[in-house]
Design a protein around this ligand. Sequence first.
Ligand SMILES: *Cc1c(COP(=O)(O)O)cnc(C)c1O
Length: 293
Amino acid sequence: MLFDINKITIQQLSSLGNENIKVSTLRTDLIHPIVSGNKWFKLRFYLEEAKRLQCNTIASFGGAYSNHIVALAAACNLNGFKSVGFIRGEMNNSPSLQEAKELGMQLHYISREDYKYKEVLMEKYANNGWFWINEGGYGINGALGAATILQTKDCSSFTHIICACGTGTMLAGLLTGANENQSVIGISVLKNNYELNQLVKAILPPKTHKEFTTIHDYHFGGYAKHPIELINYMNHLFKREQVPTDIVYTSKIFYAIEKLIQQAYFKDNSNILIIHSGGLQGNRSLVPGSLVF
Ligand SMILES: *Cc1c(COP(=O)(O)O)cnc(C)c1O
């Protein structure tokens, strides 16, 4: 279970661009077949902090198909931490949770009602040897870790950097890591999540004064909603470009960028970089055979 950052590539996507606009993607999904993408970057500095504080156990929260939970289990396994996952809802044998268990994570199932009150849970399970990470890795250390995504390859020639947003941690990180003249755009995968800009601003390092844009029109009905139109798009994109995407995050951003280009949202000579943030393990919630990859 090794993460290999050297496997990341920049892939040009000729079928998404046109004569005037170039589109490429940074394939962070390639670092590991299951623990792919941004979650590993978001976790790295939390793990360092836990080590500094001499905690031997890391605890966090997530749903039954959570990329964050699987990545946390793997990262803890690799770095000699015990891990504990507080899982929303009833006992569930999803492939993601089985994987987390195999990686040594201890799971606690929490009712949807109790799950809303995380401080109460944290108090109930309070333990000096435990280091807690927010759901989805939200926080300053998460953003600083995500900033290092842009150091894996030379990304300096791109005019736009585009990512999917859940908690907004990756967007905050990309803003921190991008240079002054790059536009950073986040596509929200949650419906009506208009707090997103505030959440991003709250975790930007003090000297970051960069502008950013969030777009809220491509959630396909909301978090983890995946109508057949989206599944068809994922298959179509894979056939054209051999890029596999996930149903929760990345499919929605590639779709959004194609639509925005058609609507002339981007100026001529734009050179767009889409961050492929991984998450492919979540596709295991689909009926087998739904996807061509
Ligand atoms: C978690 C996740 C995101 C969203 O990251 P945030 O930092 O929460 O905004 C995007 N893509 C994938 C694949 C993810 O797993």
